[in-house]
Ligand binder design. Structure first.
Ligand SMILES: [Zn+2]
Ligand SMILES: [Zn+2]
Length: 386
């Protein structure tokens, strides 16, 4: 039996979602002695409306181990709790989208008024390992942008990666092989627009060469403020925010399972409702733009064979209308979790998003910074005897 506890934490405008997989391992083959084990995962860790609420939720895991932390994209509301999490807990592996040197520079300049965040964008791996209480022990896994081809290979989390920083293809199945029932994580980094040419042109026109995070730091820390101002001004002309890349993630049963497994999902949102489902998987979408056309197709086609397991969707971009697609809740009674601040300046979620979810018989679940909005999923599973 495998027991999964999935929590959408009440942190406000941002996201902090965790899963604990509880299972037993036998000491020796045929031995009756079993040890209870926990495998713990988080997706995103940030809030721009309540740092207090976020830290309160992180504190519930104080000194515990996160086997994997997935980061959707480099935006303050999704990662401004990263440093706190890395110091309060032990984080073994961080999986994040590989974004390319040019995009790193663009984001670091964009956030140059926030030193902490700018240094993360300039060198994410270095930042994580400096902040982590696990130091160099925290392994970094970058997920390459999707190129149109999936990756059939599996990444076994019990095997030590060959290097402390590795890069994997989008669609690589991440699995812990010694679980009692098969559960997988599949990340896809769907890149938005690539701005490498624009960044190169901008730097070229200023006669500036930035090859490393340190080069960039030197320019931004230049005692002559004009240097920094000129760079910022030039980069402002490049359109686009931080949402261009978003690591989307499937968390659920493996397709590669011959046995018949029954799943029962118990959903509880404190004070609001209590419900059940038989679809245990969740797709986390960060701030992905699922709105239409190519972006919707690449999302759907890549997760298509898993879609029948999906009972929960983390609605992208806090329920913004532009990022939503009603096809996301085509399965009847899809649980649609929307994480947004009670009082956020973007007025998320958009009423049309809520209307669409209800029209397709989905169940919107609003998670904000109020403690009562916490939403628990408890997933039980067992092998059906013939
Ligand atoms: Zn974002
Ligand atoms: Zn966001």
């Amino acid at each position: 039996m495998l027991f999964v506890k999935r929590i959408f934490h009440p942190v406000g405008q941002g996201g902090f979602f965790t899963e604990e997989l509880r299972y037993h391992t036998a000491h020796k083959k045929n031995s009756k002695k079993r040890t209870r084990e926990v495998f713990r995962v988080a997706y995103d860790c940030g809030s721009v409306t309540s740092k207090v609420a976020l830290e309160k939720q992180i504190n519930t895991f104080e000194n515990k181990i996160f086997d994997v932390l997935f980061i959707s994209h480099f935006d303050t509301d999704h990662i401004n709790g990263l440093k706190y999490l890395l110091t309060k807990c032990v984080v073994e592996k961080v999986v994040l989208p590989a974004i390319g040197h040019d995009e790193q520079i663009r984001l670091a300049v964009m956030y140059s008024n926030n030193k902490e965040f700018s240094s993360f964008c300039a060198d994410p791996a270095g930042y994580i390992r400096r902040a982590s209480r696990n130091g160099e022990g925290t392994k970094i896994i970058f997920v390459k942008p999707y190129t149109g081809e999936g990756s059939g290979e599996e990444l076994d989390l019990d095997e030590e990666p060959s290097s402390s920083i590795t890069t994997i293809d989008s669609g690589r199945i991440i699995k812990k092989k010694n679980l009692s029932l098969p559960w997988v994580y599949i990340p896809f980094n769907f890149e938005g627009e690539n701005r490498a040419a624009e960044v190169a042109k901008t730097l070229g026109s200023m006669g500036v060469s930035i090859k490393t995070g340190q080069d960039l730091k030197n320019y931004l820390d230049d005692p002559n403020p004009k240097v920094k101002d000129d760079i910022i001004k030039a980069f402002k002309k490049i359109k686009g925010g931080p949402n261009t890349n978003s690591l989307t993630l499937y968390s659920g049963p493996d397709l590669d399972e011959q046995r018949q497994i029954c799943w029962l999902v118990n959903i509880e949102s404190k004070n609001f409702f209590h419900s059940c489902s038989r679809n245990p998987a969740c797709i986390y979408l960060g701030d992905y733009d699922a709105g239409g056309g190519r972006k919707w197709r690449q999302l759907y086609e890549n997760f298509e064979s898993y879609w029948h397991y999906v009972g929960t969707i983390q609605i992208p971009h806090h329920g913004a209308k532009k990022n939503f697609n009603e096809k996301l809740c085509d399965n009847t009674s899809m649980f649609c979790v929307i994480a947004s601040g009670l009082d956020n300046r973007y007025k998320h979620p958009h009423p049309d998003t809520l209307k669409s979810i209800l029209n397709s018989k989905g169940m919107p679940i609003l998670v904000n910074e109020s403690d009562h909005s916490i939403c628990h999923f408890e997933i039980r599973s067992w092998v059906r005897q013939k």
